[in-house]
Design a protein around this ligand. Structure first.
Ligand code: AMP
Length: 252
């Protein structure tokens, strides 16, 4: 039977009793097949699985994006239960940020590029909340998606330098039948915008010079934020209307 816990104190008491292997999947909810793949892997590889659902305000630079972030808790709980998740953590801001975000984790290089350049302070918020959750859950393994490749590298780096005792498992990107990487934000695309958005993975996946890729994205009406090569990947972000999409592919 799945248990939903919103009180951190209650979770800590419960965590003290757990001796089994624990897999952890942190999310912002509105679960889709990408999240499902992480949860399935955790359920398979661990005796118990914890899912957290928390739309973290400190990582949003755009308040409208935060306010519009889709919330589907009831549906998420049903999916988690079907998948065999044991615990769902839904902490409150007041309990998670007792300091009102006075203490942060700041990485000074990678976090300032690509996503971090466009979304100032984004990774400070991400790293801070991930560290808090890792400290609370004390999981054997945490499952993160390669969809957020820069975030994955930053969390890996943070876990290493702060001696976090949780193994980080990177999971491949899940796409829809048309190749668009699944994202909670895709539901905000109109049918026309969705059609336009399909050009993003089609063009970004091509082995072409960065300038050519940018030009082709522009020609399709996509507003390019960045396209960059990093650690054998080509990463990109575009805007379709007011919906921001990110993706990445292996680059040869
Ligand atoms: P989010 O709820 O967007 O914060 O994502 C929670 C976790 O799910 C992160 O580790 C993401 O990288 C991962 N994730 C999101 N979308 C996908 C996807 N399409 N494929 C694989 N993992 C994903």
């Amino acid at each position: 039977m799945i248990e939903t816990i919103s009180s951190i104190v209650e979770w800590q008491a419960l965590r003290g009793q757990i001796t089994k292997t624990l897999g952890f999947v942190p999310t912002m909810g509105n679960l889709h097949a990408g999240h499902k793949s992480l949860l399935e892997r955790s359920v398979k590889e661990n005796e118990l699985t914890v899912l957290s659902i928390y739309v973290n305000p400190t990582q949003f630079d755009d308040q409208a994006d935060y306010a519009n972030y889709p919330k589907t808790l009831e549906q998420d709980l049903n999916l988690a239960e079907q998948l065999g998740v044991n615990y769902i953590l839904t902490p409150s801001y007041d309990e998670l940020y007792v300091d009102n975000y006075r203490y942060h984790i700041i990485e000074t290089e990678l976090s300032k590029t690509m996503e971090g350049k466009s979304r100032v302070g984004h990774f400070d918020g991400v790293l801070t909340v991930v560290m808090k959750l890792l400290m609370l859950v004390k999981a054997s393994k945490v499952y993160l998606g390669e969809k957020d490749f820069q975030q994955l590298q930053l969390v890996k780096g943070m876990a290493e330098v702060f001696f976090v005792d949780t193994e980080i498992v990177a999971c491949p990107i899940v796409r829809d039948v048309n190749g668009l990487a699944l994202s909670s934000r895709n539901s905000r695309l109109s049918p026309e915008q969705y059609k336009m958005a399909l050009n993003f993975p089609r063009i970004l996946s091509q082995n072409l010079p960065i300038q050519t890729i940018k030009q082709q994205l522009n020609d399709c009406g996509l507003e390019v934020d960045y396209v960059e090569e990093y650690q054998g990947r080509r990463l990109g972000a575009v805007k379709v209307g007011d919906v921001r999409l990110i993706d990445n592919f292996y680059s040869c």
